[in-house]
Design a protein around this ligand. Structure first.
Ligand code: NAD
Length: 502
């Protein structure tokens, strides 16, 4: 059955998907499937229907310990340490090819598990992940240190060099919003650097990470190089951070959890990379191509139902174009088709869970009670966890809807006068992840690029991630970097070596 013809239920899912959903809940530890020590499981819920579609293993410290021990053994084993950089590269390419070959199954699983529309799962999440793997596969053969000659205090000639070594066993903890892509953003640089990894996917979306585990073994990576433990943050994430054999933690998730992760890592003098939340502004100057800018602003907040870390959740429009842009964005919002993520007609799927829907609805209700106006023209499907695309106007700068990450299809819009005015407003939240600027003036673009306090500025572009360019933030959005050589650096340790003729 082709992806386009698939029906919207698990019972009519492709055979591979059904088999995978029926497989016994297990972690991937040292190349083998292993149920939780406690035998406990977590329900997997389809957010489009609220139905339980499968179960995953509920990991605890004993499971994490087994996975870390396996990763540590693999790190010391010649079956990984003696693998040449060129062979690491070809293993990574083989894994990327296996992802391509299984893209229909992976996309179906992701759409079912996360609620993202199937084409988004296919084209952005899974295909994008394979691209990142291929990009990172180019690095093992290019990792190199420096060499220099100098004179010792006693006049001897000294040769100094730096060697770049894998940091060791790394722990990867990821969220549920673009699950497969974010898994690869941690696994790919770890493999390129020669590390071994224990990955803990989000408890709401572990299916594609587990499928990835199978592909890693099929690709021929030695057992223990990639391990996957499923479970909740406190039960499986926390022990991973605290495990003495884990050299570094790479965390992507909310700022609140990131602060707790940073604290836990600091008490073990363990380095941590934090990729956290955002409250990213889209800024439209009146001289912009208003049609393209409105389309960009709408996509920035409605893609994946606003559950994107760089979602453009605040829209600043220069006063002259304000009414025009609000009308255009409202019209684009009204055209979205809410529905089951597997239905080809759907353009806006559910949010991840009932709890998250209640959280997003809470922000909308609070904005209305505070006197803001709502523009929303959709009725919500009866089943599943849906939030209608909503535009909020008239919210105060200090309101929760302006200052806090909502992580739903909710856009607040504000008028501005000039560059100074908009920079002050755009920088006026705790976050600093990304920003998008729409203008035909090079002067406005330069002023925004210079003045915006964030990790990434896109000009007249939706600013999709590219494998060679780093993604990450400032301020409460964290300080880690995914993608690009900057990401790889985080998985490498520099060792200084000095040779002196005896
Ligand atoms: P979350 O912080 O609730 O959870 C993220 C992960 O941390 C999950 O795997 C969870 O189980 C784990 N976790 C929770 N508590 C933990 C603890 N005490 N110790 C260890 N692990 C723990 O985030 P979420 O709700 O799953 O994801 C949404 C958030 O992720 C949003 O804030 C979004 O902006 C952010 N995000 C950021 C980026 C980025 O690159 N900056 C990318 C994607 C998502």
């Amino acid at each position: 059955m082709s992806t386009q013809q698939q029906a919207t239920s698990v019972t009519s899912a492709p055979r591979e998907v059904q088999e995978f959903l029926r497989s016994a809940p297990a972690h991937l530890v040292g190349g083998t499937k292993r149920p939780s020590g406690s035998g406990e499981e977590i329900e997997v819920v389809d957010p489009s229907t609220g139905d339980v579609i499968s179960h995953i293993a509920r990991g605890r410290s004993e499971d994490v310990d087994a996975a870390v021990q396996a990763a540590d053994s693999a790190l010391r084993s010649s079956s990984w340490t003696k693998v040449s950089p060129a062979t690491r590269e070809s293993l990574m390419h083989r894994l990327a090819t296996l992802i391509d070959e299984n893209i229909e199954t992976l996309a179906f699983l992701e759409s079912l598990d996360n609620g993202m529309p199937l084409p988004l799962a296919h084209n952005l999440d899974i295909a994008g992940a394979a691209d990142v793997l291929r990009y990172m596969a180019g690095w093992p053969t290019k990792i190199a240190g420096r060499t220099m000659a100098f004179e010792s205090p006693f006049g001897n000639r000294v040769m100094g060099q730096t060697r770049r070594e894998p940091v060791g066993v790394v722990g990867g903890i990821i969220p549920w919003n673009v699950p497969f892509m974010l898994a690869i953003w941690k696994v790919a640089p770890a493999l390129a650097a020669g590390c071994t990894i224990v990955l803990k996917p989000a408890e709401d979306t572990s299916l594609t990470a587990l499928f990835l585990g199978d592909l890693v073994l099929d690709a021929g990576f030695p057992p223990g190089v990639v391990n996957i433990v499923t479970g909740t943050g406190p039960e499986a994430g926390q022990p991973l951070i605290e495990h003495p054999l884990v050299s570094k933690v790479f965390f992507t998730g909310s700022t609140t959890t990131g602060i707790a992760v940073g604290r836990a890592a600091a008490s073990h003098t363990k380095p941590v990379s934090l990729e956290l939340g955002g409250k990213s502004p889209t800024i439209i100057f009146a001289d912009a191509d208003l049609e393209a800018a409105a389309a960009g602003a709408a996509e920035a907040i409605f893609l994946n139902s606003g559950q994107i870390c760089v979602a453009g959740s605040r829209l600043y429009v220069q006063k002259k174009a304000y009414d025009d842009i609000v009308n255009r964005v409202a019209s684009l919002a009204s055209k979205h088709v809410l529905g089951n993520s597997l239905d080809p007609a759907t353009t806006l799927g559910p949010v991840i869970s009932r709890r998250h829907k209640e959280r997003v609805d809470g922000y909308i209700d609070a904005a209305e009670s505070d006197g803001a106006e709502l523009i929303s023209s959709h009725s919500i499907p009866e089943q599943g966890f849906f939030v209608a695309p909503t535009i909020v106007t008239g919210a105060e700068h200090g309101a929760a809807i302006t200052q806090e990450e909502v992580f739903g299809p909710v856009l607040s819009v504000y008028p501005f006068d000039d560059e100074t005015d908009v920079l002050q407003a755009a920088n006026g939240t705790p976050y600093g992840l990304a920003a998008t600027v729409w203008t035909s003036s090079l002067g406005h673009a330069e002023a925004m690029i210079d003045g915006l306090e964030c990790g990434k500025v896109s000009v007249n572009s939706p600013g999709f991630p590219y494998p060679g360019l780093p993604e990450g933030g400032k301020k409460a959005s964290g300080y880690g970097r995914d993608l690009g050589p900057e990401s790889l650096d985080g998985y490498l340790h520099s060792k200084t070596v000095i040779f002196e003729r005896s």
